[in-house]
Design a protein. Structure first.
Lengths: 148, 275
């Protein structure tokens, strides 16, 4: 787990989500799929959510990007009794897991939490922390090209 | 109105060009001239032969659609027009032709939506006014049509095709597509240049890959997926035998859309999905 020490405002953002009825847990993951903060801290499989939520988001973004640009900013998946939301802000992903007790107003909280995260990251960290790193993208493209 | 002499002259010129170059795309103009002269069998024969060599020539597909329309074969006309749209997108002329075909097919509400849009962009267009008068739509709004269509449909069980049409005419819905487990498109209604096949394939990929992610974190079988972009929403519903995908503008009313879907499926024909 990649905990940013003293980053209580990010923790506040995820706690704000888990305060809501029906929310089981919320995780902020970085672009590598690692946990930045999670709520509750005892959340089962928090690292799994951090890894797989952004992966699902990126897959949907890549596919939908073929017909719509810019691509995905929010994906939500509902099962019989679970509701998983993955949303992007800057270079981070917010993953929220809720059960059937949560209602659609949770989306308002998610939006608010995303704003809190974005404001905090922009204030506290230099742009290269939260924007896509050109050298990383180039490397990724070169790797893709070598596989074609 | 083009007179017979002019048509004969055009036919002679086109035939001369076609005789010199059997591969020429002039066959479409020739077939259209025969159609206008009323010789539908000849028009169909020329156009079919030409389309065998030029299957993606959308103008010829449009001519073929007009031939079928004149012949009273409205389903075939619609299919040809869909192929033309898939090959090279829409134009005002294609929209008008589609509206006419939809009227003949009895799909009045869909035709009304197209005609209202065309009328708004050019209130003087006589072709559009004529078609509007046929369906008695000059004074009624699209919303009233939707209500009418919904009212009529409520009296009977919905087929999958009805459901797709009724969802499609919801304000701000740009497309609806139904995809089988194999990724084949069963039904689809779309505005714009996005093809239903393309959306069908993307729907299947997104659903499979995203659901696989959900399975890894043990949250159960996926019932629906909503993807939001800056300008639009893609909503995929797992209906067991098929996936229903709705492509809408960002400002669509999600609540009313969801209610409409639930309402329609609650009255669906039980044979749905095996069509």
């Amino acid at each position: 787990m990649k905990v940013i020490k003293g980053d209580c405002r990010l923790q506040t953002a995820v706690d704000y989500l888990t305060d809501y009825t029906g929310v089981i847990g919320a995780v902020i993951a970085d672009h590598e799929g690692l946990v930045v903060v999670c709520s509750p801290p005892s959340l089962m499989h928090g690292e799994k959510f951090a890894a797989l939520g952004p992966e699902m988001f990126d897959i949907a973004d890549r596919i939908i990007g073929k017909i719509i640009t810019p691509g995905c900013r929010h994906i939500s998946l509902r099962t019989g009794d679970r509701w998983l939301t993955v949303a992007a802000t800057l270079n981070f992903r917010l993953v929220v897991l809720a059960d059937e007790k949560a209602d659609d107003l949770l989306n308002v909280r998610i939006q608010r939490a995303l704003e809190m995260i974005a404001n905090h990251i922009k204030e506290k960290y230099p742009a290269e922390v939260y924007s896509a790193r050109p050298e990383a993208i180039k490397k990724e493209e070169a790797m893709e090209a070598s596989h074609v | 109105m083009i007179d017979t002499i002019e048509l004969d002259d055009r036919i002679a010129k086109c035939e001369k060009i076609l005789a010199a170059d059997g591969n020429s795309q002039i066959f479409a103009a020739l077939a259209d001239a025969y159609r206008k002269r009323g010789d539908l069998p000849k028009a169909r024969e020329i156009c079919s032969r030409g389309l065998e060599m030029h299957p993606n020539y959308s103008s010829a597909r449009v001519v073929m659609a007009k031939i079928y329309l004149s012949d009273g074969n409205y389903m075939a006309a619609k299919q040809e027009l869909d192929k033309a749209i898939n090959a090279s997108g829409r134009s005002r002329a294609i929209d008008i032709l589609e509206a006419e075909i939809l009227i003949r097919l009895g799909r009045i509400s869909e035709a009304a939506v197209i005609l209202e849009r065309l009328h708004a962009s050019d209130p003087e267009d006589e072709l559009v006014l004529n078609l509007l008068s046929i369906i008695g739509e000059e004074k009624t709004s699209v919303e009233e049509n939707i209500k009418d269509a919904a009212g009529q449909a409520e009296k009977r069980a919905y087929s999958l095709s009805d459901i797709v049409s009724l969802i499609k005419i919801t304000p701000r819905v740009m497309g609806v597509v139904v995809v089988t487990e194999d990724g084949l498109v069963m039904e689809g209604r779309f505005d714009g240049s996005i093809s239903r096949e393309e959306t069908g394939a993307l729907t299947k990929s997104i659903f499979d890959m995203t659901s696989a992610g959900g399975n890894k974190i043990n949250i159960g079988a996926t019932k629906e997926i909503l993807i939001e972009t800056q300008s639009s929403k893609l909503w995929i519903f797992n209906k067991e035998k098929f996936l229903l995908t709705i492509f809408a503008r960002d400002d669509v009313s999600m609540g009313s859309l969801k209610l409409r879907i639930e309402n329609l499926f609650s009255k669906a024909d039980i044979s749905i999905g095996s069509e």
